[in-house]
Design a protein around this ligand. Structure first.
Ligand code: SAH
Length: 481
């Protein structure tokens, strides 16, 4: 286990270097003998055609609608593909880099379970579990704390992708064929179904499309985790015009006569990836960004809060995810009602940003409007917006930087243990590389943040956070910092 993932970490950096040099060879331009050029449009897949037809029928669509279709559409949405993580996929997440990440998270839950007076029944709930690696690591580490492990009654995953559900079954040792589909409690009959299986350790594991479907006993304390989940939720984007009104940025077909809007260049994007040539060259795409003519109903509804009028100037852009607020409200309600606890870990900032929406493909940033369904689409998480949504429902602590969280929770001690468990220099070097990647401020240590959510009634501050972060509407939160 230690060996395999540590080696994967070093091979990944070689792969990033290789793909970035190869990607530059491919441009969609044909150079003709007479010196003129002709740009070849990318393939018209069923999903691309569906999005094009939708726009042609109804007019330009919101970025949120585009994201939703490109990520989760059953006719080729990105997350329906399954193998999107890891070095063979498009991006690598912290749990995939090293087992140390999940082990440290397990310690956080154990410490707070102790703080709560060791409740007899707990249940893990993870939003967007990917390959299931994080939960597998948490469970393996949790087994070392016998009383804590004995309190765990089950695991619930909120996961939209059927392909990823299969990978999660494999990871947790659940039998895909033995999984039983359970009717949803909701009597509308329209919401998708949940399913239940058995973990090899005897724990029941459930899969759900949405958090609303997760039903736990009243006396069961939920331990929640959302790692790189919120960044995948749809965002709307707006720009403040000369008249002080917000104009929505929409997605139109490339060959319409509307004027395209350029997104910010990759230099303004933060993170540890490089940008690919497709980020600069959008000529092969079937789609383009445009500015809505009047005030859209989305602008009126999404930007209702006065902070958007008072904090931003003409020319500023904001990216807002009402879906994130919806999930956050529910998560906060749930945690408060059941005396639970939650961690939200993601890349982002504690203010509203304006130009972070991007694609990620082959470990590089890419034009998000290129080949829908072929790449991950993401935007930095606005933690201030999540806290704002939870305000009055649960207490939020942080966000604090991932590097600082992992150090405070003892990742260095765990690294030492693992280093001592092997005499292979190569494995030792790879372990240190993975540790650096997770914690270094120039890698994932600063861009990734950790937010803790505790019930309103909770006393005491969770380790390693300071006092709850107050919601201050006058905080100068802009996209220009
Ligand atoms: N937490 C994992 C995976 C992150 S990728 C890790 O860090 O490795 C995002 C995950 O969220 C995927 O599992 C994806 O299928 C899931 N997801 C994305 N949008 C979703 C939605 N609207 N509802 C439920 N799951 C979603």
């Amino acid at each position: 286990m230690i060996l395999r993932r540590a080696l994967a970490c070093s091979r990944l950096s070689q792969r990033v270097a290789l793909t970035s040099s190869v990607a530059r060879w491919y441009t969609p331009t044909i150079y003709k003998p007479d010196g003129t050029t002709h740009t070849v449009k990318e393939e018209l897949t069923p999903l691309t055609k569906h999005i094009r037809d939708t726009i042609l029928a109804t007019g330009p669509i919101s970025i949120a609608q585009y994201m939703q279709l490109a990520l989760t559409s059953p006719i080729g949405g990105y997350y329906t593909r399954g193998q999107v993580f890891g070095r063979e996929g498009d991006f690598v997440t912290s749990p995939e880099i090293s087992q140390m990440f999940g082990e440290v998270m397990a310690v956080w839950y154990v410490m707070h379970w102790e703080m709560l007076g060791r409740p007899a029944k707990t249940v893990f709930v993870e939003l967007g579990p990917g390959r299931g690696t994080l939960m597998d690591d948490i469970m393996r580490a949790a087994k070392r704390f016998k009383l804590f492990y004995a309190s765990i009654r089950g695991i619930h995953f909120v996961e939209k992708s059927p392909e990823l559900r299969k990978l999660q079954h494999d990871k947790l040792g659940c039998d895909w064929n033995a999984t039983i589909t359970v009717s949803d409690k909701n009597d509308s009959g329209k919401t998708p179904l949940s399913s239940v299986s058995q973990h090899h350790g005897g724990l029941e594991v459930g899969w759900h499309d949405v958090l609303e479907q997760v039903a736990v006993d009243k006396d069961c304390v939920p331990l929640m985790m959302a790692h790189e989940f919120f960044d995948a939720l749809p965002i709307y984007k707006f720009e403040k015009g000369e008249n002080g009104k917000w104009n929505e940025i929409l997605v139109d077909v490339a060959d319409s006569n509307t004027t395209p809007v350029q997104p910010a260049g990759p230099a303004q994007l933060r993170g540890s990836l490089q940008s690919s040539s497709s980020m600069e060259d959008s000529s092969a795409s079937h789609f383009k960004f445009v500015r809505a003519r009047g005030v859209t109903s989305n602008a009126a509804m999404v930007l209702r809060d006065q902070r958007f009028d008072s904090l931003f100037d003409k020319g500023d852009r904001v990216e807002v995810s009402p879906e994130s607020a919806r999930v956050m409200i529910q998560l906060a309600d749930w945690i408060s009602a059941n005396s639970g606890m939650g961690l939200i870990i993601d890349y982002g900032a504690d203010w509203t940003q304006g130009d972070t929406f991007r694609g990620i493909k082959n470990h590089q940033f890419a034009n998000p409007l290129q080949s829908p369904g072929s790449m991950d689409l993401t935007a930095d998480v606005d933690f201030s917006y999540l806290r704002f949504a939870a305000n009055g429902k649960a207490k939020c602590y942080g966000p604090i930087e991932q590097g600082s969280f992992l150090h405070s929770m003892g990742i260095q001690a765990r690294l030492q243990q693992l280093l001592q468990s092997t005499s292979d220099n190569k494995v030792q070097k790879d372990l240190v590389d993975c540790y650096r990647r997770l914690t270094d401020v120039h890698s994932m240590g600063r861009v990734y943040k950790v937010l803790a959510v505790l019930p309103n009634s909770s006393e005491g501050v969770p380790i390693p956070f300071a006092q709850p972060t107050a919601e201050d509407p006058d905080k100068p939160a802009t996209n220009r910092s």
